[in-house]
Design a protein around this ligand. Structure first.
Ligand code: SF4
Ligand code: SF4
Length: 315
């Protein structure tokens, strides 16, 4: 659903036309390289500003199963999509009891796997540790865990995530480091640090703990902007690409889709991207074939994060 406010009230209504009557921009799926799976919205913690409103009680998106993941992996081959990466996000993916089985299915099918996690208790359970160790050994260099570290300072991280969260995540990261896992980090720009200052701070944090993560590489230290839907944003028209000198191929929905399973739904659904999990307009169907259609940029996020801000969730 669109939570439009203030100056955006008249905008983002018609998928074909903007409030000013201009043709709205669309994005074609030109190079589907990453297929995301949302493992479910349940999370062991409840962060301020969680983009998907995860919590220990939010099961709006229920646990996807390994059989469902395998079905979509088969569809990738059948549709001949040039996917090289399967990515899992939540909620907290390691809350899903079939997380290891799903990861193994993706690795066995030949894909690189990216898992977004807070590296806390769900990942540190014995069954998950044993599974991760086995898969990292069997598929060397193919598995990356992207850890959410909202800020490299414990007090600011805990202000978003709750007291003691930083130390628990640090414990998980040290376990990953000591067992040779490839790690990336997702940070946030909610604290208004400049990109340069943020990367310098993360660099010091990584060096202090001997984490092999490049703070200057935007693919390994990913800094996400905040999503405030009340801020006025322009609507993106077909003329914007040349005005901004930007290609639709640089936008996430040209290269990825996300599979989710809604509570009560008979089957999983395929969404345009990871950024709009609850808006029915961005649900494209139940199969990858149905999800091959163009996406109309009819949401403030499309303008703010993708076209004007350059957001990308891809590793
Ligand atoms: S750990 Fe991630 S998914 Fe869980 S509440 Fe925090 S931001 Fe949301
Ligand atoms: S939010 Fe971005 S990736 Fe998602 S549909 Fe809009 S432009 Fe595409």
């Amino acid at each position: 659903m669109k939570d439009l406010a203030g100056a955006n009230l008249d905008k983002f209504k018609d998928p074909a036309v903007t409030a000013k009557g201009e043709t709205r921009a669309t994005v074609a799926l030109t190079h589907p390289e990453t297929l995301w799976f949302n493992t479910g919205t349940l999370c062991n913690i409840e962060c301020v500003n969680c983009y998907i409103a995860s919590s220990p009680s939010n099961d709006a998106l229920v646990y996807i199963t390994a059989d469902e993941v395998r079905d979509y992996l088969d569809q990738i081959k059948a549709r001949d999509w040039p996917v090289h990466e399967i990515a899992f996000t939540g909620g907290e993916p390691f809350m899903n009891p079939q997380m290891i089985e799903m990861t193994e299915a993706a690795l066995a099918a030949g894909y690189e796997v990216l898992i977004l996690t807070n590296a806390m208790r769900p990942m540190m359970r014995k069954s998950m540790q044993v599974g991760l160790l086995r898969l990292n050994k069997a598929y060397p260099g193919k598995l990356t865990l992207r850890i959410s570290v909202d800020h490299y300072r414990a007090d600011l991280h805990d202000a978003e995530r709750g007291d003691g969260a930083f130390d628990k995540t640090l414990t998980g990261m040290k376990w990953l480091r000591d067992n040779g896992f490839r790690m990336a980090v997702a940070g946030r720009s909610v604290f208004a640090d400049s990109d340069e200052d943020s990367r310098a701070g993360y660099g010091r944090f990584f060096a202090e703990h001997s984490f092999k993560i490049d703070a200057q590489d935007p693919g390994m230290t990913v800094l996400f902007p905040e999503m405030d839907e009340s801020v006025e944003v322009p609507e993106i028209t077909t003329a914007c690409w040349s005005i901004l000198d930007k290609s639709p191929d640089a936008v996430m929905c040209s290269s990825s889709r996300m599979v989710v399973k809604r509570k009560g739904a008979a089957a999983p659904a395929v969404l345009a991207c990871t950024l709009l999990p609850y808006d029915p307009e961005f649900e494209l169907g139940t199969t990858l074939q149905e999800a091959e259609r163009d996406v109309a940029l009819n949401h403030p996020h499309c303008a703010k994060f993708c076209v004007l801000g350059g957001a990308s969730c891809s590793a």
